[in-house]
Design a protein around this ligand. Structure first.
Ligand code: NAD
Ligand code: MG
Length: 330
């Protein structure tokens, strides 16, 4: 079992004399800035003047400055802007404010790992990445708990980057739940792989392909919707609570026998080969280059694919059926 770090392993003393600038006040920024501040650390929030988050951060009682001012004043600049926005803002407003002995930190490794941001050699570069959305980072902190975090050090100029990172993780409540050490490469590559192959890409194609198979065979789309999309949640909840074992235990023997014998025919050698290809493209930097260029071109492929996805029959049917299920949150 991998080593987990808890409150007793982490020390915020190293952060006591430092000012932390949280840049960005969205899902993660709002949660992490408030937790760090409630933990007694000196936090300022760096935002675009007149941007949409400015008044929100003010209303939460944060000290808010322009991004350049915040970066200049801070000892640790924590980058919580959308990943595709970070490189430009870094070059224009953050890099000029980074001095020897400062640190720049992240909650996702993409920009550092794929060299979209290249900090000077005389600063620490670390990552504290909560494994949960911002609202949980905040809610669990207020309840006295926390969300597990990943910690990674890319550059250790001060000699204390790891201890500072661990103290930072303690400040957001991460060491209450447990911190696992990783590398920027491992966090970035596994994150991209998971979302492409399994969590987002794999699951959505599995749903559409099974739905289409039923509908093309003449079954009612409404019935197919319940079977291939709606019920997925019940299954995933069981897996989340008790692993695959709990799921197989709770479904019928028919489902268990059918699932275990037919599943490997669906996710088969060809699928595994495609998974390996996706991983190769992530490791070689090919996917990163494609996505960065897509961003520079204003996301033409992404927008076309979104439109197609939203127009799929299962989305129309789903919208109609969900409006009749009063217990679902829209
Ligand atoms: P977000 O989109 O919720 O928030 C972005 C913030 O940046 C907002 O304050 C927004 O006003 C500001 N912003 C947007 N465009 C800007 C621009 N052009 N110039 C200046 N400011 C701009 O982002 P998020 O989901 O909190 O993600 C932040 C980081 O946290 C990313 O690195 C992401 O990978 C990482 N992360 C997110 C989650 C999550 O659950 N959302 C989980 C783990 C890690
Ligand atoms: Mg992820």
């Amino acid at each position: 079992m991998v080593k987990m770090y808890y409150d007793r392993d982490a020390d915020m003393d190293l952060l006591a004399e430092k000012t932390i600038a949280v840049v960005g006040y969205g899902s993660q920024g709002a949660a992490q800035a408030q937790n760090l501040s409630d933990s007694g650390l000196d936090v300022i929030v760096g935002l675009r003047e007149g941007g949409s988050s400015w008044n929100v951060a003010k209303a939460d009682g944060m000290k808010v400055l322009g991004i350049g001012d915040a970066a200049r004043r801070a000892d640790i600049v924590h980058m919580l802007l959308p990943d595709e926005v970070q490189p430009d803002v870094y070059r224009r407003e953050i890099a000029p404010g980074l001095e020897q002995g400062n640190a720049i930190s992240f909650s996702h490794g993409f920009n550092i790992h794929y060299h979209q941001i290249v900090p000077p050699e005389n600063v620490d570069v670390f990552m504290v990445a909560p494994k949960g959305p911002g609202y949980l980072v905040r809610r669990t902190y207020l309840e006295g708990a926390g969300v597990p975090c990943l910690l990674a050090v890319y550059q250790n100029a001060s000699g204390s980057a790891r201890e500072i990172g661990l103290g930072f993780a303690k400040g957001i409540g991460g060491t209450r739940a447990g911190v696992i050490e990783t590398s920027f490469a491992e966090e970035t590559e596994t994150d991209l792989f998971g979302e492409q192959v399994d969590l987002c890409g794999g699951v959505s194609e599995l749903i559409k392909a099974s739905f289409e198979t039923l509908v093309e065979a003449g079954y009612k789309p409404e019935i197919a919707y319940f079977e291939t999309l709606h019920e997925l949640k019940l299954i995933v909840d069981l897996i989340h609570e008790g692993g695959l074992t709990k799921m197989w235990y709770y479904v019928s023997n028919t489902a268990e026998y059918g699932g275990l014998t037919v599943g490997p025919k669906i996710i088969n050698e060809q699928t595994r080969k495609a998974m390996k290809e996706a991983l190769d493209r992530i490791q070689s930097g090919e996917f990163a280059r494609e996505f960065v260029l897509e961003g520079k071109a204003n996301m033409p492929v992404l927008k076309a694919l979104e439109e197609k996805e939203h127009g799929h029959v299962i989305e129309q049917i789903g919208k109609e059926l969900r409006s009749k299920m009063s217990w679902l949150e829209g």
